[in-house]
Design a protein around this ligand. Sequence first.
Ligand SMILES: [Zn+2]
Length: 390
Amino acid sequence: MKLFKSVLLSLLFVKSIYAYELYNNTVCDKIWKRGETLLGFMEENNLPLSLYYDLDDAEEKLSADIRGNTIYQILYDKDKRVKQVLIPLNEELQIHIYEEKEKIYTLEIEPIRYQTKDMVLDIAVNSVFSKDIVDKSGNFPLAVALEQIFKNDVQFNRFKKGDRVIAFYRQKVRLGKFYGTQRVDCALIETRKKSFYKFLAQDGNYYDQNGKSSNRSSFIVPCKYRRISSKFTLKRWHPILRKFRAHHGIDYAGSIGTPIRAAYDGKVIFMGRKGGYGNTIIIKHKGGYKTLYAHLSRFNNSVRSKRVKKGQIIGYLGNSGVSTGPHLHFGLSLNNRWINPAKKIVLTQKLTGGKRKTFLKHVKLCKAKIDKLLNESEGKDVKQTKHGKL
Ligand SMILES: [Zn+2]
C-alpha cells in the first residue's frame, strides 16, 4: 500500500510544472532555502515534530545535509493541509512524508525514482564555452562537469568560433526534468587545432586515450587514524535496520585530540557547531571544492576565517554532535555536491596492468563513437541516442 501511494504520488508529479489542482489537492514545487532545517520545515507546515525527533542519528545527519536550492514537492489538500512531501536528500535518496490516516503522518527515507537517458552533445562553440553548452542542451551541470574534466588541458576563455565539443553522457531524469549530475563516459574538445579526448575509467577519474591523467591536485588524509569506520555511500540498504542509508564522507576513527589538518590549501569559511556534525570546520578550496571536518573536540582558533596551507592544523579529533565514538567525519564537495573523498585522495597519474587493459577497451569503443560523429557531419546539437527519447 505504501509503495502504491508513493508510485501514485510520483505519477502525479510527472505533470507538475509549478502548481496545479488535482482532485481538490494541489501539488507545489518548492525550493529549499539555504539554512532551512527539517525541524523548521515541520513547524512551518504543522507536521508533528515527533517525526523529526524519532529520526535516528544517521537520519538526522542526512537531513542536516539537504542542500539549499533543492527542489522538493508538497501535496496539499483543499484546506492547505499537507498530505505528502518529497524532499531529495542527495541524488539517490529522498524523505517521503505522508498522511497515513487522518493527522497520522509517516516519514520514510526511500530511493528517488528516476530514469536514465543516454545522450550525446555535439556542438560548435559560438561564443562562450559554458553558455553554448547550456543554450544547446539546457543543461548547466553538464557544462560544469565538462569544465571539471578538461580543466587542466583547455583554457576555457580562449575558445575560437567553430571549436568543437562532443560528449557521450548518461542523464538522470526525475519527474520529467533533467536531474542530478551526469555520468560523462567520454568527451572530445577540439580547440585551436588540437584534440583533447577524455575517458571515464572504473576508478571514477578521467584519463586520455593512453590512460594518463592530467589531474595533479590531490587532497591529503586529514588525520592519523586507527581505521576507516565508515566509507562514502549515497544509497545503501541496511539489512538489519531495514532502512536506506547514505554517508556523505569518510569516517576516520582515532583518538580524541589527534590533530586535524587541512586536506588542501584554502580558506576557512565556517568554524562552529553544525547540527549532528557537532564542532565543524569547512574550508573552501580552488576549483569549486570544499572540505568539511566534523565531530571535532576543539578548534585551532588562530585559523578562523583565515587562509590555510595543506597540512596545517585546524582542529582536533573528537566526539561532538551525533557520533557513536571518537572519529573525524571528512566530507568533500564539488560545486556543492558531496563526492567521494577517496577518489581525490588517491589519484593515479597513469593506469597500469589490468586496469589499463579494461580502460583501453572502453577507449576503443568510445573513440569509435566520437570519431564517427566527426566524420559524419558538422552536426551541432544535442541528440538522443537510440536508447531513449526525451
Ligand atoms: Zn561520518
